[in-house]
Design a protein around this ligand. Sequence first.
Ligand code: NAP
Length: 491
Amino acid sequence: MKKYGLWIAGREVYPKGRKTFVSLNPTNKRAVASFCSGSETDVNTAVAVAHQAQKKWAALPAPQRGEVLLEVARLLRRRKQQLGRLVSTEMGKILSEGLGDVQEAIDIFEYMAGEGRRLFGHTTPSELRSKFCCTMRRPLGVVGLITPWNFPMAIPAWKLAPALVCGNAVVLKPASDTPLCAYELVKTCEEAGIPPGVINMVTGSGDEVGAHIIRHEKLAGISFTGSRVVGEFVAANAGLKRVGLELGGKNAIIIMDDADLDLALEGVLFGAFGTAGQRCTAASRVIVSKEVKDEFEEMLVKRAERLRLGDPLKESTDIGPLINENAVKKTHRYTEIGKKEHAKLVTGGYALPEKGGFFYKPTVFTNVKPHMRIAQEEIFGPSVSLMKVNDVREAIRVCNGIEYGLSSAIYTNDIQKAFTAIEHIEAGITYVNASTIGAEVHLPFGGIKKTGNGTREAGILGVEEFSEVKTVYIDYSGKLQKAQIDVDKRK
Ligand code: NAP
């Protein structure tokens, strides 16, 4: 098994005395790679190196930074097959999704390369004569990026690309379950021409490396994607840094009585069981009109039972394993909670240890009441709760009756119901006649309520998290002009 060090100043380093940890293939529990458990000292070194490198990187004209990002996209595209297989091996999602993970990284680097020629500010008239006013974007400086394992290449890329095009340097701490994916991404960036020291990666535990990054006084910003619990820790400990938080979800698909049920079924299967339910945008609640609830339930159970679990690299596999033993235990804990709450378990509800990896049978609960814990809390496994409602108003009330607000979907052919849902659903994203999954990189991504703190990643808003706005006034009148004060002279 190959042993990897930390990535600091453009090379791999193995500081003396550090312990190591191993990332596992969740399909068979075999070790994929061994990584160095970084320390607070290593974070300090990485931050200092990043500060040195950032100034030169920021001095490069933004269009030239964009050109380097485009080269990253080109290299990723060339390596897509190899990297997609790595994602599936280290994280466990099926190969088509592993390739999709890499494609998201390619897309965001391509999109943000274009930002190098935009990075728009505003111009606006002055209240005074012969005076020009505008805003421009400046980098934050050095930022800390902390990422989860469920999109092991896409999420680091979603943060790296905008941070870099804005002229920042970074210290990245990837999830301990998927460090090799992040390592390969960082190496690709450097091969494409990102200068040494601009990207530094310190692997190691969230409690030590992650927490030190969050509190580090020399970091100007933190971009965090992960659980709500850790997100709240970030919010409480980051001080006055710019903080971006992308946290959990408890997303619902609403199915109205006029919906195309076959289409809705495909959306629910993909939303609930794709990536084994381990997406922040996964559909873990299905809210169905009473007229079609029984029919839809039967259709869903039949198809859920036919889903093939197995090796994510095999084309015949529909669902891969969960990420680790804890994820299996957590999913099962919620199965037990659902049963105790008197929801009706109609299929699944058990682990499959005989398969050798962290597999859990796709699980469907019905007769679920909106207040039940299985309908309120993020499970992050292949478990979905069906709830019956009378009409679109009740559906929206149930949809909104949770603490999170990330993604949502409605299946209907009635334009009034569709627009009522778009207007009233409390979520950062609403799909009509499509599943809760399917973000495209040129649109903003993020949630409301306890899904985060309102930042948006990707799209035209993606650079806001990583840039300051500077306001510029240029007075070419040749005399002292006073805003507000000279206003009476104009009369
Ligand atoms: P997590 O446990 O919160 O971990 C996320 C990252 O934070 C990991 O790198 C982790 O390191 C690190 N970390 C853990 N404790 C920390 C601490 N005290 N201080 C600083 N960093 C710390 O989340 P996860 O299990 O990896 O990911 C699943 C969660 O992410 C779900 O809730 C999902 O909804 C959410 N998510 C949200 C989005 C979104 O865009 N809204 C996207 C994807 C996932 P270790 O790996 O070393 O523990």
